[in-house]
Design a protein around this ligand. Structure first.
Ligand code: PMP
Ligand code: GLN
Length: 385
């Protein structure tokens, strides 16, 4: 194995899901839902397979899906992208993130990202021989925030791009308009690209202090931003791995150039099905959001009663909590022992930090499960109190 990959072991999601299978515990670790996506989407996929749409689709993705992605971005965010040249379909958001970093970073270039970061960011940056410059999100009375001076200081002559995930996994933070304005200002001052991971764009809770705002919509940002999203979370099909990147043609063509040689194209019959999902009435997604929010509430209450220090979540599939009040000192140890202690699996967050101390006592629970499953998990967690 090449040296630059030595720091990356088996992903924490794989480890914790295996632990759940081994112990039979309720898996609130890896973020996936336990119900299926819309019936219309599932029917469209089986119809596409039955009707013979089983050979290589076009490189940038099937036209029908690219058109639906363009419509959705215009409808939801007033962002206009040309389906021919400004949108490319990828193997999940993960491939889009990797291809964007590999396509834009020279060896030694720096990538600014907020920590805790989604685990694939660090690996993709390393694969590109680039260098990550983490800016730490810290929990506080107003949710997770960062120090603007720390962000300013992270930008320098070698900064090539900024990677932003909002709504944010694992914290459930939705970046505010003021935070995004500072990010946009710094990207422009330092002539840096932005890559935005918006896979939770539709999963912002109604009591979030901030709405979701795509960074690409801020003045001066469209031309320097690659906006990434995915069907997995919105439409409860994380195993389909259908994602996409949108941006100005010159940036999207950089993504496509790399993507061609990572996967060439992605699962053909799933693409028209995702187009069907994107065209469903808005009530579908607000329904997903409302059920998730009810799950968040159940889980938050259960964790608080169990004695965790809960950090309120404004969106995504996740809630984070401090194990300190329960006497926990290390999230990894805590999560490895949790199935035996109470039959629940969670993931430690320190693995998503360079400054691991900040996250050492914080663990993440998924609320993307049916209410009866979350209620049972909450009961089991109360046994810790
Ligand atoms: N980014 C974030 C923040 C995620 O939570 C996930 C997991 N859904 C991904 C990217 C990967 O998305 P996909 O499964 O579409 O590759
Ligand atoms: N995005 C999901 C999570 O954060 C899972 C992704 C994965 O297993 N790689 O839990």
């Amino acid at each position: 194995l090449v040296a630059r990959m030595h720091e990356f072991g088996t992903t924490v999601f794989a480890e914790m899901s295996a632990l759940a299978v081994r112990t039979g515990a309720i898996n609130l670790g890896q973020g996936f839902p336990d119900t299926d996506g819309p019936a219309e989407m599932l029917a469209a996929a089986t119809a596409a397979i039955r009707d013979g749409h089983n050979q290589y689709p076009p490189g940038p993705g099937v036209p029908e899906l690219r058109a639906a992605i363009a419509e959705q971005q215009r409808r939801d965010w007033q962002l206009g992208y040309d389906p021919d040249g400004e949108i490319v379909v990828t193997a999940g958001a993960t491939e889009a993130i990797a291809a964007a970093i590999l396509g834009l970073c020279e060896s030694g270039d720096e990538v600014v990202c907020f920590e805790p970061y989604y685990d694939s960011y660090a690996a993709s940056i390393a694969l590109a021989h680039a260098v990550r410059r983490p800016v730490t999100l810290r929990p506080g009375p107003d949710g997770y925030t960062f120090d603007p001076d720390e962000l300013r200081a992270a930008f320098g002559p070698r900064t090539r791009l900024l990677l932003l995930n909002s709504p944010h996994n694992p914290t459930g933070k939705v970046f505010t308009a003021a935070e995004l304005a500072l990010i946009a200002q710094l990207c422009q001052e330092h002539d840096v690209y932005a890559v935005t991971d918006e896979v939770y764009e539709h999963l912002v809770f109604t009591d979030s202090a901030a709405p979701h705002i795509p960074l690409a919509g801020l003045p001066g940002m469209r031309e320097r931003t690659i906006r990434i999203s995915s069907a997995g979370k919105s439409f409860s099909c994380t195993g389909w791995k259908v994602g996409w990147a949108s941006g100005p043609a010159r940036l999207v063509s950089a993504v496509l150039r790399v993507k061609q040689f990572l996967t060439f194209v992605n699962a053909g019959p799933l693409q028209p099905a995702v187009a069907v999902a994107l065209r469903l009435p808005g009530s579908y997604l607000t329904g997903v959001r409302d059920r998730l929010q009810a799950g968040r509430d159940l889980l938050t209450a259960g964790l608080a009663e169990a004695g965790f220090g809960v950090h309120p979540s404004s969106g995504t599939y996740f809630v984070t909590a401090d194990i300190g009040p329960l006497g926990g000192r290390d999230g990894i140890e805590f999560c490895r022992a949790l199935p035996d202690r109470c039959g629940v699996v969670a993931v430690p967050t320190q693995v998503f930090y360079d400054n691991q101390e900040v996250g050492r006592r914080v663990v993440r629970f998924a609320c993307s499960k049916r209410p009866e499953v979350l209620a049972e998990a909450a009961n089991r967690l109360r046994a810790l109190a």
